[in-house]
Design a protein around this ligand. Structure first.
Ligand code: PSV
Ligand code: MN
Length: 388
């Protein structure tokens, strides 16, 4: 008998995870970017690769874009290309970390010309959203300082709020802004949006269409991330996840690879807080595949999220509540561990087959010959990467 009930399977059927376009381009560390044969040369090819993930898993119908990396002349054409492949275009990510002008800040900068330029970049991103039909603008800021005294931290918060207000005012009725936080890097002394509290304070002052983006890699070691998930859901301000794994800092490794138990705990709070299959909470990946093949890396990632979601759905809520109410510490913990230790992979494979999907999407992709084919076809041009 399957370990997964029909109710759980029907919940899993609605799960959708957004893929980042940049996961399909070349990436690396500050030491070296290793190119791979067949890497997409433009956003059209990135979306074709993303469509492979969805074709084999039925889990990833949308792709997030990054501007200017994914700038094209005709976003209507990119949108049609995506739709022809059964995909839609998702979150638009702004980029204020690769322009000479932004060395000392962008939305927080004291130089009004530079701050205006950064605001205008976000307004241009919203123009893109209008053309792509995207709902969310995701803002991650590389702003801060390296030395005590270098900047007036208070003035920068005030200017950030003013900049965000101007961006917020341009959003359409059905559009949203999500503000991502990160505890350090590239600045090492202070960061302008370092934690969920700052992001929350900034977006709460804007209005209902502004929410927090939680990137799982952006916390200090030992942080109880599921507590933050619980709190943001409770406050109605969790707009999106950027899923990935970290061992040290912003490693951007495959979600669920470094610490599957943490992913389970996060998803358990998502289920508890009504965040699963809730259109207000976007599930996205924010990853890079520096040494492994990119498409299989993304397939593995969405399967990891699905597997841990299934385990989170297995938590016996009634038994958990009863044990909690009885202050039965070990029984409560055991309820959670029972769900976590349940191997759902055979049941998911069987269920996939019953829906006309491959039981093993990783093997099916390897057998498809897609990678050698694209390596042969995609000759010439410039492979996509951080700068393209
Ligand atoms: C940089 O840390 C980063 O990984 C942020 O998490 C963003 O979401 C991503 O880049 C794309 O801009
Ligand atoms: Mn992120």
């Amino acid at each position: 008998m399957s370990t997964l009930s029909p109710e759980i399977l029907s919940t899993l059927e609605s799960q959708a995870i957004e893929l980042p376009s940049w996961a399909f381009g070349n990436s690396g560390t500050r030491f070296r970017v290793f190119p791979t044969a067949g890497t997409p040369r433009d956003p059209f090819e990135k979306i074709a690769d993303a469509a492979q993930v969805h074709r084999l898993t039925a889990l990833a119908p949308t792709v997030a874009l990054h501007i200017p990396w994914d700038l094209v002349d005709d976003f209507g054409a990119l949108r049609r290309h995506a739709e022809d492949l059964g995909m839609t275009l998702g979150t638009i990510n702004s980029n204020t970390f690769q322009d000479e002008d932004y060395k000392f800040g962008a939305l927080t900068h004291h130089d009004e010309r530079i701050r205006r330029k950064a605001i205008d970049h976000h307004l241009a991103c919203i123009d893109v959203m209008d053309a792509t039909g995207s709902r969310d603008l995701k803002i991650w800021l590389a702003e801060g300082s390296n030395y005590p005294g270098q900047n007036d931290m208070r003035g920068r918060q005030d200017r950030l709020q003013d900049s965000l207000q101007q961006i917020y005012a341009r959003l359409g009725d059905d559009q949203r802004l999500v503000l991502e936080y990160k505890f350090f890097e590239p600045s090492f002394y202070h960061t302008d949006v370092p934690d969920w509290g700052t992001s929350y304070a900034q977006v709460a002052a804007l209005g209902d269409k502004a929410l927090v983006c939680l990137d799982t890699g952006h916390h200090a070691p030992g942080t109880n991330i599921e507590f933050i998930v619980m709190q943001l859901l409770r406050l109605g301000k969790l707009g999106s996840f950027d899923f990935n794994s970290r061992f040290y800092a912003d490693d951007d490794l495959i979600v669920g690879a470094a610490d599957p138990f943490q992913l389970f705990r996060i998803l358990t709070e998502v289920v508890r807080g009504g965040g699963l299959n809730n259109p207000d909470v976007a599930f996205m990946l924010d990853q890079c595949h520096n040494i492994e093949d990119k498409i299989p890396g993304q397939i593995r990632s969405v399967l990891n999220v699905q597997e841990m979601t299934a385990r989170a759905l297995l938590v016996d809520r009634d038994a958990l509540t009863a044990a909690q109410q009885a202050n039965d510490v070990l029984a409560a913990n055991a309820v959670l561990m029972d769900a976590f230790y349940t191997d759902v992979r055979p049941a998911l494979a069987e269920w996939r087959e019953s829906r006309g999907l491959p039981a093993d999407p990783m093997a099916a992709f390897a057998a498809s010959g897609y990678l050698p084919r694209t390596a042969e076809e995609r000759v010439g041009g410039t492979q996509a990467g951080w700068g393209a």
